[in-house]
Design a protein around this ligand. Structure first.
Ligand SMILES: [Fe+2]
Length: 278
């Protein structure tokens, strides 16, 4: 089975709501999925979070992509999928980001052959895919900037990270981490492929060079070592950072392949599809 990998679609940066048509969506993604006609599209597409800011558009696009290109699509949600970006969203979801993600998961899981994992597992042709949104923690700061305490990290978060302004219902950088880590506990010893939005290694070796020695790396990573060292995981797919990354620890392969924002992806033209055979 060939599993294709992508994350950080940020769909609303690519498609205006009234132009989110099957024709537009297909003609944008076809060259990406086929690397401009040079590869055969895989059986399954993993999307490791940050689908887009609007639930209605997200589900519309996922349905189009599954119908046209993939037998199955498996995703988790990213920090941007928690954002309430305007008054309408804040009104509909009662100023609570958890209501938004719950609604999006429901919309996705209602569809046949599209799955949004939330600390559970879907088995396809004998391969078990587990996943959850996941969240960042203070592990990077604790290793590389030991002198700072949790209060400092929270101030840093409030100053530099949009999550603190656009996610409603949390006041601390690691509120969601505490929720998500329990979901990982449930699945890490039962799945072949793990999907999270956040990079499970906070080692600088596994972070793009241009960000080295940067305190905000703590908001892009968490300590997943317990799970990849003691689990059944063969592949771990993640996103969140907008640079492609690949590394290997103890026979577990880690893969990140973000689309990112239009200025980063050249409107999709700079993206090379990643996949693995399992
Ligand atoms: Fe993103």
């Amino acid at each position: 089975m060939i599993v294709d990998i992508l994350s950080d679609l940020h769909l609303d940066f690519y498609f205006k709501p009234h132009l989110t048509t099957p024709e537009n969506v297909s003609s944008f993604f076809e060259p990406i999925f086929t690397n401009n006609g040079t590869r055969t599209i895989g059986d399954i597409l993993i999307i490791a979070g940050d689908i887009g800011h609007y639930n209605a558009q997200n589900i519309e696009v996922l349905k189009i992509l599954q119908k046209k290109f993939y037998n199955h699509i498996i995703c988790v949600l990213g920090n941007h999928d928690y954002y309430l970006v305007n008054g309408e969203a804040r009104y509909s979801f009662e100023n609570n980001s958890y209501n938004r993600v719950e609604n999006l998961r429901k919309l996705i899981n209602k569809e046949k052959n599209i799955y949004c994992l939330d600390g559970d597992i879907v088995e396809i042709d004998g391969i078990k895919f587990g996943g959850c949104d996941s969240w960042y923690d203070d592990s990077y700061m604790k290793r590389y900037f030991k002198q700072f305490d949790t209060n400092y990290i929270n101030l840093l978060w409030k100053e530099y990270i949009n999550d603190s302004r656009l996610i409603y219902g949390i006041s601390h950088f690691d509120t969601i981490s505490k929720i998500e880590i329990k979901k990982l506990e449930n699945i890490y010893q039962k799945c072949d492929v793990m999907i999270t939005h956040v990079n499970p290694s906070f080692d600088e070796e596994h972070i793009d060079k241009k960000y080295h020695n940067n305190q905000t790396n703590t908001f892009f990573t968490f300590d997943g070592s317990k799970y990849f060292q003691n689990g059944t995981i063969k592949y771990w797919v993640f996103g969140h950072t907008h640079d492609p990354i690949e590394y290997e620890i103890d026979n577990v392969k880690f893969l990140c392949n973000p689309l990112g924002y239009p200025n980063e992806s050249g409107y999709g033209e700079n993206i090379k599809m990643k996949s693995f055979d399992i």
